[in-house]
Design a protein around this ligand. Structure first.
Ligand code: PLP
Length: 282
């Protein structure tokens, strides 16, 4: 495979990382994951915007403009002859320098991006998934897509160990988001989700769901709900680049509603599929 390293293309085997690299030693960097359908990016501009917002929030200067990285990422697809479903993973760190906490004075950001195949999770999308709840022990700046993912890693592992798909984070019983996705509750025909504060990642799919809801005339209410509210929900679903619009049918071994994906979830899923299909011809 051909990968992007800084602003040029190289063979994946040729990329080496110094061990005094701030991404490795401090998690001092940010990243993005962008969906590819049939060899075309979905929500590319939104992800590039968020990469710049994340980098700026931690004072990393990226070695390209938004236009330049967009062109480089498009080129990456061509160079790999990518024509199936997958993702691009991209990260930018503060660079390499002798280890000391404060920013080194003369390093440049280290950037790389590579493509991976990833088929749609058709079976889960159709049946829905089980989840567990976990305390949200993360820092206060979860809107930054930072490389520091230890709480997310531990939560996802706990989910996996209880045969669940995802871990739902809560702070003192108030649900924020999941370990790698946003979460939505449906009650009496309204969609509720945590407001886009610094406590959650502002998901690119979440942003589109707000649009889909507007088009479908379903009220989209940015109001946090509790773990107790989930037990009484009509429907629950989560969203992310890799999980799309995923129905939740179980939380902590308790069935949600009748244990089947609900009708509003299905409408949002349908809108997502249409939107993704449209973006291919755009
Ligand atoms: N929340 C967290 C913590 C995430 O890691 C992600 C990433 O997938 C999301 C939410 C969803 O964001 P997006 O829709 O941009 O993939």
């Amino acid at each position: 495979p051909i990968i992007l390293s800084q602003t040029h293309f190289t063979q994946q085997e040729d990329l080496t990382y110094p061990f005094e690299e701030r991404g490795l030693q401090f998690g001092d960097g940010v990243y993005e994951v962008i969906r590819i359908y049939d060899g075309t990016y979905y929500l590319l501009a939104e992800h590039v915007d968020r990469l710049f917002r994340s980098a700026e929030a931690i004072k990393i200067v990226l070695p390209f403009s938004k236009k330049e990285i967009t062109d480089l990422l498009l080129n990456l697809l061509d160079k790999n002859g990518m024509d199936s479903d997958g993702i691009v993973y991209m990260q930018a760190t503060r660079g390499s320098a002798p280890r000391t906490h404060a920013f080194p004075s003369e390093t440049e950001a280290n950037v790389y991006a590579y493509i991976r195949d990833m088929p749609c999770k058709t079976d889960d999308l159709s049946k829905g998934v089980s989840t567990i709840t976990e305390r949200d022990t993360r820092w206060e700046n979860c809107y930054i897509k930072s490389l520091n993912l230890l709480p997310n890693v531990l939560a996802k592992q706990a989910a996996q160990e209880s045969n669940s798909y995802e871990a739902i984070f809560h702070r003192d019983g108030i649900v924020t988001e999941c370990s790698s996705s946003n979460i939505f509750l449906i009650k009496n025909g309204n969609i509720y989700t945590h407001p886009a504060t610094k406590r959650i990642l502002h998901g690119c799919v979440r942003m589109r769901i707000e649009q889909f809801a507007a088009n479908l005339q379903i009220p989209f209410i940015e109001e946090a709900f509790s773990t107790a509210d989930m037990a009484m929900a009509d429907e629950l679903f989560l969203s992310s680049t890799t999980s799309e619009v995923m129905p939740i049918i179980e939380v902590d071994n308790k069935t949600i509603a009748n244990g089947k994906p609900g009708s509003i979830t299905r409408k949002i899923q349908k809108a997502y599929v249409q939107d993704a299909a449209l973006s291919k011809v755009r």
